[in-house]
Design a protein around this ligand. Structure first.
Ligand SMILES: Cc1cc2nc3c(=O)[nH]c(=O)nc-3n(C[C@H](O)[C@H](O)[C@H](O)COP(=O)(O)OP(=O)(O)OC[C@H]3O[C@@H](n4cnc5c(N)ncnc54)[C@H](O)[C@@H]3O)c2cc1C
Length: 493
């Protein structure tokens, strides 16, 4: 037996990718090293993950948003966000800078805990027919021109494609021919839950000191960084004594701990694979890029990888993909990852314990306080500035499709649940219906007026919700045909 796709790792990225592939009808096997997916670190408070607008949109378009972050639950939040702890002021953000965004249920960031995200995605993947085997570690692989032999749990499993979603220390990435380059850490970060003998010595909130930074969100729940070059990360057990010593150094107090309930360490090591594809092996999520969790973007980046890769790999397997479609996964997602790594490095640079850094931070704080500054930072933090280079002259091309409300009350987002391409034609008397027939097996044609068409006559949307082409009246059929061929392959005969 040979699988079309084996995914290494049932973290959020592997599971979401499995859902995307099943949506296209591709058989998928997911291999997960851990027997039990549950962990205290995946629950509150440390398991909380901020979800950016592209992630929320992706869940909305696949009918998962209400399960993962229902609007009325405390999981959902509408916070403007921050940069290196400097909060953005909602009132200062000029949303008219993103004229193609329409109000919709997914137009705000949200939050949910890791365990809930993983449980929901695992249930959806299994319900859609993905096979998930837990307690099986991928140990290595060999690939030939037409298949990959995967060594896992003492057996050999054959697949046409292998996708590494096995996290930052990815076995698959290390076993493959992937260059992984970047910058070494400046600090060790700690997330701890402790009991304090003298809590009055440690004020709530984020505090920069001459030796580092600590952030106490509520009594005893503390994140702190010590600029030690990452020396303590995974080099010794995180004991009460160690945490107390670090907390004393970083807070410049003599605070005393009476117990240590939970602890994990991390660093600002920022590395990225130079290419996300080597033949029949692909990387996604933390397997492709690692950076500090400050600013909370890693999960969003990984889920964006999965949304971008799923339909491209499915089309490649079905034989309908245009030449170069699969390689566009790496060429589109690598620059997005590189930007996130730099965003995280810039935040680290603003946290260094030096008078120069505090002076620089004060200037950045002033800039964040301006309307242009707040808008710039919000575009990056919310993820709404994201744009792929898809060619074509329209300013909407490459951006997330506006959530048009159609005449029958349905929305564009609601119509992307099947994971197919979509041609939205606002001028049903025009020529595009005949045109659409040529791609009817891959592109759904919807002729409808909309509450607000944003002055467009038609929009071609990829399965991942990205606008492949947008036209004003009269539509340029040649440009539309070129966009369709690029993203959906040759038309039917
Ligand atoms: C403290 C902290 C806070 C964070 N906050 C945020 C946030 O607010 N927003 C955000 O976007 N991101 C955040 N992140 C980052 C985010 O959690 C990760 O980027 C995300 O979990 C990556 O998902 P993944 O599926 O790629 O990898 P992982 O979640 O690491 O999953 C990988 C899976 O692969 C399995 N595995 C590993 N090796 C093998 C193998 N050889 N064979 C089979 N299975 C294997 C693992 O057991 C695991 O289940 C945070 C991270 C930390 C540490």
């Amino acid at each position: 037996m040979i699988y079309d796709v084996v995914i290494a790792g049932a973290g959020p990225v592997g599971l979401f990718l499995a859902c995307e592939l099943r949506l296209a009808g591709i058989p998928v096997l997911v291999l997960e090293r851990a027997d039990d997916p549950r962990s205290p670190l995946k629950r509150l408070p440390f398991g909380m993950r901020g979800l950016s607008v592209p992630t929320v949109e992706a869940f909305y378009r696949r009918g998962l948003l209400n399960d993962i972050a229902p609007p009325a639950s405390p999981r959902q939040r509408h916070q403007p966000g921050h940069f290196a702890g400097i909060p953005l002021d909602h009132a200062n953000i000029d949303t008219s800078q993103w004229p193609y965004r329409l109000p919709n249920p997914a137009d705000a960031n949200a939050a949910a805990d890791m365990e809930h995200i993983e449980t929901t995605l695992a249930a959806r993947a299994a319900m859609m027919g993905a096979e998930i085997r837990r307690g099986i570690e991928v140990e290595g692989f060999e690939q030939s021109g037409d298949e990959v032999s995967i060594r896992a749990g003492g057996q050999t499993i054959r697949a046409r494609w292998l996708v590494a979603c096995d996290g930052g220390r990815s076995t698959v990435r290390k076993a493959g021919r992937f260059a992984f380059t970047g910058t070494e850490p400046e600090f060790t970060g700690y997330s701890v839950q402790v009991e304090l003998a003298d809590p009055e010595k440690l004020p709530i909130g984020r505090h920069y000191t001459p030796t580092g930074m600590y952030f106490q969100s509520r009594p005893g729940t503390i994140a702190m960084v010590e600029f030690d070059g990452g020396a303590f990360h995974r080099t010794q057990p995180v004991t009460l004594e160690l945490v107390q010593a670090v907390l004393r150094r970083v807070s410049c107090t003599d605070v005393t701990l009476t117990s240590l309930n939970l602890a994990t360490t991390w660093t600002d090591r920022a590395f990225q694979a130079t290419n996300y594809r080597d033949g029949r092996v692909l990387l996604a999520g933390d397997a492709a890029h690692i950076h500090s969790p400050l600013g909370g973007q890693g999960l969003n980046l990984g889920l964006g990888d999965a949304m971008n890769l799923g339909w491209k790999l499915a089309a490649t397997i079905r034989g309908t993909a245009s030449a170069g479609l699969l390689d566009s996964y790496s060429s589109e997602r690598h620059p997005v990852g590189a930007q996130v790594l730099d965003w995280s490095r810039a935040q680290v640079a603003l946290m260094r314990p030096s008078p120069q850094t505090r002076a620089l931070e004060a200037i950045v704080r002033d800039l964040v306080g301006t309307r242009d500054g707040a808008t710039y930072f919000a575009g990056r933090v919310w993820g709404v500035a994201l744009r792929y280079d898809v060619g074509g002259g329209h300013p909407l091309a490459g951006r997330s499709a506006p959530d048009f409300e159609l005449a029958d009350g349905t929305t564009l987002g609601g119509r992307l649940g099947a994971g197919r391409g979509l041609l939205l034609d606002f001028d049903a008397r025009g020529p595009l219906q005949a045109w659409a027939g040529r791609w009817s097996d891959r592109i759904e044609y919807v002729a409808s007026d909309a509450k607000d068409t944003l002055g467009l006559s038609a929009v071609l949307v990829r399965p991942d919700g990205c606008v492949a082409w947008a036209g004003e009246s009269p539509p340029d059929e040649r440009e539309l045909t070129a966009a369709a061929a690029r993203w959906f392959g040759e038309p039917q005969r």
